[in-house]
Design a protein. Structure first.
Length: 283
């Protein structure tokens, strides 16, 4: 597949491990107040490949969550950090440890990074992490109507994408109908952040096999256009990566960061339960 990979800019990005936020009641879609762990910090026991459902938490972010307090600097971090980018700890007891970007969580504006367990144990809040931002601006030269975003080109090349008759087929764990996509709809750009699979309707979630999703799973979003923001368009197709946990709040659920989108039905999904970035990153 022809791309402009050799012309992509690789640039330094940096953030600090952000202290967890929370402490207030979160109201469930059934109207019940709960106190739960949520976003931020170093999450020691939630990792890529683990279930996205079933945690006693809300919007739980796997791995390490980083951001900058300067709004402009954080906007650059969350826009140009791409899934699969190499990350390196540059301060503290874990200095030198290597990991990779899992995704970007909109709203809280965190970049999430996977590290080995031993490295997590040596990290602390405010440790600095450097990301080699690489991927934004990527183009598929033979498919101008398909946009690629927020994925490292090396990871993209590991995805099992098949070209046939002007269309692309990619391995995905599941397909998600547009009516289940919630929080994040209407965002002005899909090149940063995420949007959520709504999970209040448990029957619909089970019907499409979404209750089995894991962090890092690749999914196909049916009739979802992420070209110039996030919204509904009949026939559009988007591909994304699951990057935060289920949520108790109405309109929310596992978060999905977009990596491909097209306004036309030019992308098809091949169901493969092993289609997870953790598998590809270990190659």
């Amino acid at each position: 597949m022809k791309t402009n990979k050799t012309r992509l800019v690789m640039q330094s990005l940096q953030g600090k491990i952000h202290h967890p936020l929370g402490g207030n009641y979160r109201i469930t879609h059934e109207g019940q107040p709960q106190i739960l762990p949520a976003t931020g910090g170093i999450t020691y026991n939630v990792k890529v490949g683990d279930p996205a459902f079933g945690w006693a938490g809300d919007h739980v972010e796997p791995g390490v969550s980083i951001r900058n307090e300067d709004t402009n600097e954080n906007a650059a971090l969350t826009t140009f950090a791409c899934i699969g980018n190499t990350a390196k700890v540059v301060s503290g007891d874990a200095k030198g440890a290597l990991g990779y970007v899992i995704g970007v969580h909109g709203g809280i504006n965190h970049v999430m990074i996977a590290f080995e367990q031993d490295d997590l144990e040596n990290m602390a809040i405010d440790d600095k992490i450097l990301v080699k931002g690489h991927g934004q601006g990527m183009q598929l030269l033979d498919y101008p109507e398909i946009s690629v975003m927020s994925i490292d080109p090396e990871l993209f090349e590991k995805l099992n994408i098949i070209e046939k008759n002007g269309e692309l087929t990619i391995d995905v764990v599941a397909e998600v109908p547009a009516y289940l996509m919630g929080s994040g709809i209407g965002s002005p750009s899909a090149y940063t952040g995420d949007y959520d699979i709504m999970t209040a309707d448990t029957d619909a979630i089970k019907e499409f096999g979404l209750d089995q999703l894991r962090f890092g799973d690749i999914v196909l979003l049916r009739d979802c256009d992420n070209s110039y923001g996030r919204g509904y368009l009949k026939g559009a197709v988007s591909i994304g990566v699951v990057m935060h946990s289920d949520c108790v709040k109405m309109g929310h659920g596992p978060g999905v960061s977009t990596i491909m989108t097209t306004k036309k039905a030019l992308i098809k999904g091949n169901i493969d339960q092993n289609a997870n970035i953790g598998k590809y990153m270990s190659k």
